[in-house]
Design a protein around this ligand. Structure first.
Ligand SMILES: Nc1ncnc2c1ncn2[C@@H]1O[C@H](COP(=O)(O)OP(=O)(O)OP(=O)(O)O)[C@@H](O)[C@H]1O
Ligand SMILES: [Mg+2]
Length: 330
């Protein structure tokens, strides 16, 4: 009969298909016991669980235990592996979510990235808004394309020093995107595992699509440690949906870093008074209910050029402060 040590060694030699490394190297074997009748109970942590990756691994594992090593039975359990193998840089993802569309998620993502860059951070952006990708337009690189690298990863194009991956790079211009769940998952999989970010990357900001569900769940699967920034406008409608997005994100285990209220007021240039065009209090309400800080209130203001505020513009200064706070919080 095969000894416990031989069994352990054999299982630890199996490759985690996502890391392409033996379980031993990624601390993937969590529990292993052999019962009195020879039934093997094993708990394995894989980088990706669920779906075909887990299914194929399970078949391989059971075959090894029963057919190759001759044990009478096997009980297998899978959990997600949170381990970061050496040499694989752990990326800090910051998701930007709002629930409601049109409140300025992409604007906040892009300008926050720009402000963080001004503060000396190396930033990447994933435009995960598959149906309404706008980051490439904001950075004025609508025709950019990622290039391939040796390890079958893609190198992201850069604008203003920021590395950018967007769905806009992979679809034909002005044609509708009609992808269903599985394809979407594949794409997100590429965004989270298939990008060769600069080695000194500090944070990757993720512009999430509007809505409170699907993509957030996907991201939970790919990047469970993602930190979430919630964007809302002062308007009650936007804030109630933003609150839902925040609660949803927390429920699936994302850490909330704070709330940003966008389009908070219009500063009347003639009398310097704040005109609360969309009402007041949305950001405050969401931050109180989520018990996180309201990190910034950003007024309505058109950038002097394009879509990015420079550091000497009113909004640029506000973004600089926001960026500083975020660095402190992370
Ligand atoms: N503070 C602001 N002042 C003036 N215009 C703004 C401000 N914030 C955003 N906008 C403008 O509002 C519009 C919507 O913003 P944006 O595209 O960033 O929202 P979004 O939440 O990403 O929308 P979607 O749900 O479509 O992805 C854009 O035209 C943007 O330029
Ligand atoms: Mg957007």
């Amino acid at each position: 009969m095969t000894s416990y040590d031989e069994l352990k060694k054999a299982i630890e030699a199996l490759l985690d298909p996502s890391y392409n490394l033996p379980l031993k190297d990624v601390e993937g074997l969590k529990k292993l016991t052999v019962g009195p009748t020879g039934i093997v109970e094993v708990e394995v942590a894989l980088k990706d669980i669920g779906g075909s990756v887990e299914q194929n691994f399970k078949i391989q594992l059971i075959k090894l235990i029963k057919v190759t090593l001759g044990f009478p039975g096997a009980k297998v359990k899978f959990v997600r592996n949170q381990f970061t193998p050496k040499g694989v840089k752990k990326i800090t993802y910051i998701g930007v979510a709002s629930g409601k569309g049109g409140v300025g998620k992409s604007t906040v993502t892009a300008n926050l990235a720009y402000a963080l860059t001004r503060l000396g951070k190396k930033i990447g952006i994933i435009d995960a808004d598959v149906y309404g990708a706008s980051i490439a337009d904001i950075f004025n690189i609508p025709d950019a394309k990622p290039t391939g690298t040796s390890e079958e990863k893609m190198s992201p194009p850069t604008a203003k020093g920021i590395e950018i991956i967007s769905t806009a790079f992979f679809v034909e211009k002005d044609s509708p995107v009609m992808w269903r769940g599985p394809m979407l998952g594949k794409l997100l999989n590429h965004y989270f595992y298939g990008v060769d970010w600069a080695p000194n990357i500090d944070y990757v900001l993720v512009d999430l699509p509007p809505g409170t569900g699907d993509t957030a769940l996907d991201i939970q699967m790919y990047a469970p440690q993602t930190k979430m920034l919630i964007v809302t406008t002062p308007h009650v409608n936007a804030s109630s949906v933003a609150l839902k997005a925040g609660l949803g994100a927390r429920k699936i285990g994302h850490q909330l870093i704070g709330v940003v209220e966008n389009m908070s007021y219009y500063l009347n240039p003639y009398n310097e008074e704040k005109d609360y065009v969309f009402g007041q209090g949305g950001g405050q309400l969401v931050s109180e209910k989520l018990e996180v800080e309201l990190l910034a209130s950003i007024p309505l203001n058109r950038p002097e050029e394009g879509f990015l505020y420079e550091k000497d513009e009113v909004n640029g200064k506000i973004y600089d402060k926001l960026a500083l706070k975020i660095i402190e919080l992370i």
